[in-house]
Design a protein around this ligand. Structure first.
Ligand code: 6R9
Length: 654
């Protein structure tokens, strides 16, 4: 890995305005540096102080970090607390009337719920769960659309110490079955259906199918929230949500648990094999969510916070269900899709709800540029003060559009690098401290010892890059893979890495020490002995005015080792005929040659109306690699959002 070449030269730098710096929670680079210094001087003392100041403990901890059984680390283990108490009860005396959630449904109708009522609903539902015999340590699968109920269900599990495992509503019955059986769940919480883009879509049939596949005998309760009023098949252990809560009390004493008690399991895909059940803790996890709200999102009581992620992903856990509520925020939750009734939906919602902090993914940004790059100008976006990005590297040109068109060159962008496994932000700007540059997630959060190493685990500081690792354990990190501690150990703490946490991404640092994520380790190409990050070539392509989106994969090449294959989505229609396609492909090749250098010129370009993506919007590179190689597609495409485009992408332009 020692010779990855950085070919992207980004020189634009944006310094936070004096006005932003003045009001920021971490104000100026010296304030950031002071936190970093404190963490280096006394690592455990630093985290202990933050944990005492930030969380409400029922029983204070006396032990900070336990490394005796590394890499199975424990934080604050003898302390006791409850996450739901920290998210709800803590606001009951100070701000019971404050709106906790502004829920906007697919059809545009809006429901608001304040902290007092949310607390009551969580308690009622928690009592309902208890009435079904569900108790501390039991696993509960949640398969719900974006709704207040989804948050209530998660918070209620946390309140009674049950471990939730949320499965994204876009997953198939097969994926759902895999997760129910792996977690050995005793209950499933679902809904009859969900609304998306003006249509009612069924949800419960997938649960019925999954439970019928065998191995789910432990599921004694299926709780069904009535959302679409569509007809459902009813099983013996099924109960309506509204029936379950009828007559239940609106208070419920929280179950006080150890800081190490598992709060949830969330399944994520690894590079191979079955999904991994990432297990998170109670205390360390919540600490990470709250500190990043304060530092990265510069949270203020007057904010209206909107993270567009579904609660089926880690981003929805940390920045919809837990972080914002623990801070006492008013947050927006959206049921629908960004393109319905048109591609101005996000901008209209920002205007209507006076959103101050908006957090979304590059894939959404790129698709909204494609569908209506001028739409943000039609709305009043003056309430915005901070923008965020998560999920994949953001191409500098998409970043610039986000910055100028959405943020009107006024709002800092926090490009946040983190993972399901890290629980909360790891590398991200503190927006009132560091200058930002398009395409880099800048510097690690104070206390996070992120660095870059070569294959021997030696740190590299130059611009060549290598493996992104985190040297010391941190509170919000994964505790284990549910039911598979060996896989946890081998996958994240391989021997060569000296006990460092291996993130699985490659990255390099620029002259300011800023981190540039180059992609997953297996996305790095080796062309004629030059290692190239796929993201850099993609960014070059996206910088072309005709290109909306691009994905790069490698395919074996006799002479060069690997050839560069580009899958390109144009802003306009696909080329009308072979000659037009050929001409455009040649132009784009030359463009990349010009932007980066001849070495990065794609050997092949294919045009599609879209790229194959998972339902969370990640480009399915493994699938593209198979297409590029001309292999038969044998992989599971059940999580694919748009299977029809695969045929288009098989056509090579020569
Ligand atoms: C939060 C989330 C994790 C992987 C991660 C990396 C990519 C996430 C990124 C980013 C560049 C960013 N990733 N944020 N790459 N810049 N700001 O997305 O978790 O679904 O587990 O994905 O996503 O490759 O390793 P998860």
């Amino acid at each position: 890995m020692s010779n990855i070449q950085s070919v992207l030269h980004e020189t634009r730098v944006f310094t936070p305005s004096d006005e932003f710096v003045k009001q920021a929670n971490v104000s100026g680079m010296s304030a950031y540096q002071a936190l970093v210094d404190a963490s280096q001087k006394d690592y455990e003392g630093y985290w202990a102080k933050l944990a005492r100041e930030t969380l409400q403990w029922k029983k204070p901890f006396t032990k900070v970090l336990d490394e005796s059984n590394a890499p199975f680390y424990k934080w604050f283990e003898d302390g006791e607390l409850n996450v739901s108490y920290n998210c709800l009860d803590t606001h009951l005396t100070t701000q019971p009337e404050k709106t906790a959630i502004i829920f906007e449904a697919d059809d545009g109708s809006v429901t608001r719920i304040n902290y007092r009522d949310l607390h009551a609903r969580v308690c009622q539902f928690a009592n309902g769960l208890k009435s079904r015999g569900i108790k501390k340590g039991d696993r509960v699968v949640i398969y719900l659309p974006m709704s207040i109920e989804a948050v209530v269900a998660m918070q209620a599990c946390a309140r009674i110490g049950a471990i939730h495992s949320v499965v994204f509503g876009g997953f198939s019955s097969k994926s759902l079955h895999e997760r129910i059986t792996d977690a050995q769940a005793c209950a499933v919480i679902t809904s009859d259906g969900q609304f998306r883009g003006g249509k009612a879509m069924p949800l419960k049939p997938a649960v019925d199918e999954a439970l019928g596949m065998g191995g789910c005998e432990g599921v004694h309760s299926v709780i069904v929230y009535q959302r679409t009023n569509s007809e459902v098949t009813w099983g013996g252990n099924n109960i309506w949500w509204h029936d379950l809560v009828t007559g239940q009390g609106t208070t419920c004493e929280p179950e006080w648990v150890s800081a190490e008690h598992p709060l949830f399991i969330l399944y994520t895909s690894g590079s191979t094999g079955k999904p991994k059940g990432v297990q998170h803790s109670t205390g360390g996890y919540l600490l990470g969510a709250m500190l990043s709200m304060k530092w990265v999102f510069d949270y203020k009581d007057s904010d209206v916070f909107w993270c567009t992620a579904d609660v089926g992903w880690i981003t929805g856990h940390s920045y919809v269900t837990y972080g914002p509520l623990a801070m006492g925020a008013t947050e927006v939750i959206f049921e629908g899709v960004p393109t319905y009734p048109d591609a101005g939906r996000f901008w209209k919602m920002i205007q209507d709800h006076k959103v101050t902090t908006f957090y979304t993914a590059p894939t959404a940004i790129r698709s909204l540029i494609k569908l209506g790059g001028d739409l943000p100008r039609k709305y009043d976006l003056s309430s915005l003060r901070l923008l965020g990005s998560v999920g994949e590297p953001i191409n500098p040109e998409a970043w610039m559009w986000y910055y100028t068109e959405v943020g009107q060159s006024r709002c800092p962008i926090v490009d946040t690098w983190w993972q399901t496994e890290t629980g909360s932000h790891m590398i991200a700007p503190l927006p009132g401290a560091m200058p930002i540059k398009p395409g880099t997630c800048t510097l690690p959060l104070p206390g996070i010892q992120a660095t870059i190493v070569n294959e021997n685990g030696d740190e590299v500081f130059d611009q060549h890059g290598g493996f992104l690792v985190i040297k010391r354990p941190f509170p919000s990190q994964i505790r284990t893979i549910w039911g598979d501690p060996e896989r946890y150990k081998k996958g994240y703490f391989p021997h060569e890495m000296r006990g460092y946490y291996l993130a699985g991404d490659s990255a390099h640092r620029d002259e300011d020490g800023y981190f540039w994520i180059m992609g997953r380790i297996d996305d790095v190409l080796n062309v004629s002995g030059h290692r190239l990050g796929t993201m850099e070539i993609e960014s070059a392509l996206v910088a072309n005015p005709l290109v909306a989106e691009a994905a790069i994969v490698g395919k074996p090449h006799e002479i060069k080792g690997e050839a560069v294959v580009a899958f390109v989505v144009l802003k306009g229609a696909r080329p009308a005929d072979a000659a037009a396609a050929k001409k455009l492909a040649e132009d784009l090749r030359n463009w990349v040659g010009h932007e980066i250098g001849p070495i990065a010129k794609p050997d092949e370009i294919r045009f599609g109306e879209n790229l194959p993506k998972t339902r969370s919007g990640k480009i399915m590179r493994r699938l593209l690699r198979a297409i590029a190689k001309g292999e038969e597609i044998t992989q599971d495409v059940s999580t694919l959002e748009n299977p029809a485009i695969l045929e288009q992408l098989k056509e090579v332009v020569r």
